[in-house]
Design a protein around this ligand. Structure first.
Ligand code: MF3
Ligand code: CO
Ligand code: CO
Length: 264
């Protein structure tokens, strides 16, 4: 299957979906404090999406082949959880770090973005992991333009993460997105410059590196969804949805409180 090249109307709708996804993260930010449960975070986000925004939470009942339906509206991945954490009775406590991953559907188009949140004051190690992961996402984003290769993105992310003695999760990757939640291409967060698909203006995909403080190996919990580090080390992830343009890129998942890119 060829990779979708979005037209101006698709792009306009993806800007809207991307902004809405990011606005869910803005909305939930003040609630991320000690003693809230991940289920409460899910329920607040669910209400905001369905009642305030008129968006559909894409994760709810999402069931790719070989998976049981995802039972909640957002993913909450705490500490050693890498991704796809299912909101539940877990109470957030001071010092935890949590990734909140939001995917909304608006008028049939998907916007997908995640951020890391500190619950109270983070440890120096947790803060550093989250910052390095954020910077690695941005170094990947900055490779994007028509004529560049997917391998350029993966290489930028991997080399920065590994130069900080962290590891890159291999089993999950960024993905084409639009009318479909997880479409081609797969956007690996490791690789070699100049390899893989050549980018064209109008392609839209996510960049969402998962970086572990310890080894790269993963384990899936018996709930069939929650992915954790095998060595129980901390893991962090950030995600944006990106449009390829002729000379550069456009980040589609932006809103008032989107963290600014790190500069060199
Ligand atoms: N939002 C995740 C991603 O970035 C996917 C979550 S799928 C779910 O691709 F079913 F776990 F919600
Ligand atoms: Co994604
Ligand atoms: Co996501």
């Amino acid at each position: 299957m060829p990779i979708t090249i979005n037209n101006q109307e698709d792009i306009e709708r993806m800007r809207i979906a991307g902004k809405l996804a990011s606005e869910v993260l803005d909305f939930i930010t003040p609630f991320i404090k000690p003693s809230i449960t991940t289920e409460e975070i899910d329920s607040l986000c669910h209400d905001f999406m369905t009642n305030k925004q008129g968006t559909i939470p894409a994760p709810l009942n999402y069931a790719p082949p070989g998976h049981t339906p995802f039972p909640k509206s957002i993913c909450t991945s705490v500490n050693n959880q890498i991704c796809h954490g299912i909101p539940g009775e877990k109470i957030l406590k001071k010092g935890d770090v949590v990734n909140i991953d939001i995917t909304v559907i608006k008028d049939g188009y998907h916007g997908d973005t995640s951020r890391m949140f500190f619950v109270g004051e983070p440890s120096i190690q947790a803060k550093r992991l989250c910052e390095v992961t954020y910077q690695s996402m941005w170094l990947g984003i900055r490779e994007v333009k028509a004529g560049a290769y997917l391998g350029d993105i993966g290489h930028a992310i991997q080399s920065y993460a590994e130069s900080n003695s962290y590891s890159v999760v291999r089993e999950f990757c960024g993905h084409g997105i639009g009318k479909v939640f997880h479409d081609e291409p797969q956007v690996l967060h490791y690789g070699n410059s100049g390899e893989g698909l050549k980018l064209e203006a109008g392609m839209i995909f996510t960049i969402e590196p998962m970086i572990n403080a310890g080894k790269k190996d993963i384990k899936v919990l018996p709930d069939n969804w929650t992915v954790v580090t095998k060595d129980r080390s901390l893991s962090a992830q950030w995600e944006h949805t990106i449009l390829v343009t002729d000379k550069s890129y456009e980040v589609l998942t932006v809103s008032k409180d989107t963290p600014k890119p790190f500069l060199d």
